[in-house]
Design a protein around this ligand. Structure first.
Ligand code: XBP
Ligand code: MG
Length: 238
């Protein structure tokens, strides 16, 4: 089956964004709201089990700040915190402070030159994707991706397959002609649930996770060629 489309996760896959990107942005939002909350690296590592910034804050409140979790306007407060967090993250990413992972820019360019269709399936917000990719890939970066599934376009976030199904429907391609790129077990399960062969490039936060079912597990996308991708789509070689 010929490869026609590549669908990329963003956080952890295109760039290592969590510890020094999303985490400080959450902390800045907490400070700004006058909350004595601070997510250190160890706690954030645990909280990454919950995908989605609003969902992560709700989970944290339920487990560590029960009085806050009982507030009648909890949903509005979390939504406001998330707006502030997004502003902080996008500001940081737009400076170019978060580099793409090795091999990412080259593979994207080769895939475009080779006529492959590109898409994104991410849990994070659309403005965060633009803020991250534009300094790294140039002002036309977002137009490289024909479909971008981001944030709340689906209700059920990864590991649910919904975001990948949403992207595949809009690409009008069968899963059998596409590859997904992920860095975490949650992302892998989302992609596998949509029937996609998946390449996993674990990042610092996910290295110890279980990637059974992946078509390939690689340190990075450095050196990966379009013929490697064809081979992995057809299930040959690990
Ligand atoms: C990324 C996430 C996101 C980010 C925060 O997962 O889990 O929640 O940490 O993003 P994936 P928002 O790599 O699977 O896309 O705060 O914008 O939700
Ligand atoms: Mg990820």
């Amino acid at each position: 089956m010929t490869l026609r489309g590549l669908i990329f996760d963003v956080d952890g896959t295109l760039a290592d964004t969590e510890r020094d990107g999303h985490r400080p942005a959450f902390n800045a939002a907490f400070r700004e709201a006058g909350l004595a909350w601070h997510w250190d690296e160890a706690l954030y590592g645990e909280l990454l089990a919950v995908t989605g910034g609003k969902e992560r804050m709700l989970h944290f409140a339920a487990h560590y700040r029960p009085a806050f979790a009982r507030l009648p306007d909890l949903a509005e407060r979390v939504a406001a915190l998330h707006e502030a967090k997004t502003r902080h993250y996008a500001q940081l990413a737009a400076t170019g402070a978060i580099a793409l992972r090795p091999g990412v820019a080259r593979l994207l360019a080769q895939a475009r030159a080779g006529g492959l269709r590109l898409a994104i399936a991410t849990t994070t917000r659309l403005e965060n994707v633009a803020a991250l990719l534009t300094p790294a890939l140039g002002p036309r970066a977002m137009s490289w991706f024909e479909v971008i599934g981001a944030g709340d376009v689906v209700a059920a976030k990864k590991p649910a397959p919904d975001i990948y199904q949403w992207v595949l429907e809009r690409l009008r391609l069968p899963a059998s002609q596409c590859l997904a790129f992920e860095d975490s077990t949650h992302g892998l399960h989302a992609a596998l649930g949509a029937g996609l062969a998946t390449i996993v490039t674990p990042c610092d936060d996910t290295r110890e996770q279980d990637f059974r079912g992946a078509a390939a597990v690689l340190d990075s996308l450095e050196g990966v060629t379009l013929s490697d991708l064809e081979r992995w789509l057809s299930g040959v070689g690990y």
